[in-house]
Design a protein around this ligand. Structure first.
Ligand code: F1P
Length: 356
């Protein structure tokens, strides 16, 4: 029998290797993706998923639009099913990118069916299971097969599928610099090694009761996923916001038992650090994650994870998450919980109501 938390920690620490596999898998599908993309002119891309993979959709859509310029949006699969009119723009030629670790989540599979009845546009699946329903329904499946997990909460599967979505956006935007993406596994390993102790120290800090993850642009989906890891693994009160939105009400919740994590972007750095400074003044402990280490913030009560990768922003997006997964793991362990088996959760949500 596995020790408490054994699967989760193994899966978090092994993710750089599974990214390597995901990049290789992308390379093998490159020509099929190109053929699909050239089949017709696409003027709208919809990314969908549920739970973690809905959050991944948000990051993927932001990356896709900012790199390719094609309008892209993320919607939970249930919204596509229940309110298709709110998702599909009339007369637009859409492409669907459906994301699911298992490839079996009923809502995501059903969203593909709804898409098929409305349009003849292409469907790409991003999943960890090439033999899943979702993969078989898609025109092309991008499969992170090495990222299978024994734990229920997604960790290496999430980041491996993020790497696939980065590769997809980069490729279709004409950034044919796969060597840049190939640097990610080395950076992932380095960052996990360098920041293990800070993740453990903050995760085990029993004075902290409230966790806020702030991220903008493509980092908002990553902030949401970090929030979900804290909830699933460690049953913590945690929320995610766009940094400047945090001032419009949610900051009422900040006190000295609060950790505010800023996932800082290049474009928003000045505004985002101003929010962190304000929260620092309200007594919050701050964890800043940024590419640069010369942040305009007082160093008191500031913890920093500085990537200093030199990688383009779209490539380094995935690097913001692993230390936060580790922090959630340590919080769960310090509280006697089993992060491998989150309360009330199953790995796949199957809904008879939507089953065909
Ligand atoms: C989606 C999901 C997970 C969540 C839980 C239930 O699964 O909502 O995000 O952590 O395990 O399922 P999938 O469609 O990505 O397999």
């Amino acid at each position: 029998m596995a020790e408490r938390g054994e699967h989760t920690i193994n899966e978090i620490l092994s993710q750089p290797l599974t990214w390597k596999d995901a990049l290789e898998a992308y390379r093998l599908r490159k020509s099929s993706i190109e053929a699909l993309w050239q089949r017709q002119t696409i003027d709208q891309v919809i990314f969908t998923g549920c739970g973690s993979t809905h959050y991944l959709s948000m990051t993927a859509a932001a990356l896709f639009q900012s790199l390719t310029g094609v309008p892209s949006q993320a919607r939970p699969a249930s919204e596509l099913i229940i309110f298709p009119g709110l998702v599909f723009a009339p007369k637009s030629q859409s492409m669907l990118v459906a994301i699911s670790r298992s490839g079996e989540t009923t809502e995501t599979v059903e969203a593909v069916q709804v898409f098929r009845t409305r349009t003849n546009g292409p469907v790409i699946a991003i999943t960890c299971y090439g033999d899943s329903k979702l993969a078989s329904e898609a025109d092309v499946a991008l499969v992170a097969a090495a990222a299978h997990e024994k734990s229920i909460a997604q960790t290496r599967s999430f980041t491996s599928m993020t790497v696939l979505s980065e590769a997809l956006a980069g490729h279709l935007a004409g950034h044919d610099d796969q060597q840049v993406l190939d640097q990610l596994p080395t950076w992932g390993e380095r960052l996990l090694r360098m920041h293990q102790s800070i993740a453990q120290e903050i995760g085990e800090d029993k004075t902290l009761e409230r966790y806020f993850f702030l991220g903008s642009g493509q980092l908002y989906g990553i902030a949401c996923e970090a929030m979900l890891k804290m909830k699933e693994m460690s049953l913590a009160y945690s929320e995610a916001y766009h940094p400047l939105e945090f001032r419009h009400g949610p900051m009422s919740m900040v006190n000295e038992q609060t950790l505010v994590v800023g996932l800082l972007s290049d474009e928003g750095l000045q505004h985002e650090t101003a929010v962190l400074e304000q929260m620092q003044n309200l007594g919050a402990r701050i964890l800043a994650i940024s590419e640069r280490d010369d942040l305009p913030l007082p160093v008191d009560s500031l913890n920093g994870i500085y990537l200093k990768s030199g990688l383009p922003e779209w490539v380094r997006t995935v690097l913001y998450l692993p230390t936060l997964q580790l922090m959630a793991y340590h919080r769960a362990m310090a509280r006697g919980l089993n992060p491998d088996k989150p309360t009330n959760l199953d790995a796949v949500v199957r809904l008879e109501a939507f089953e065909r």
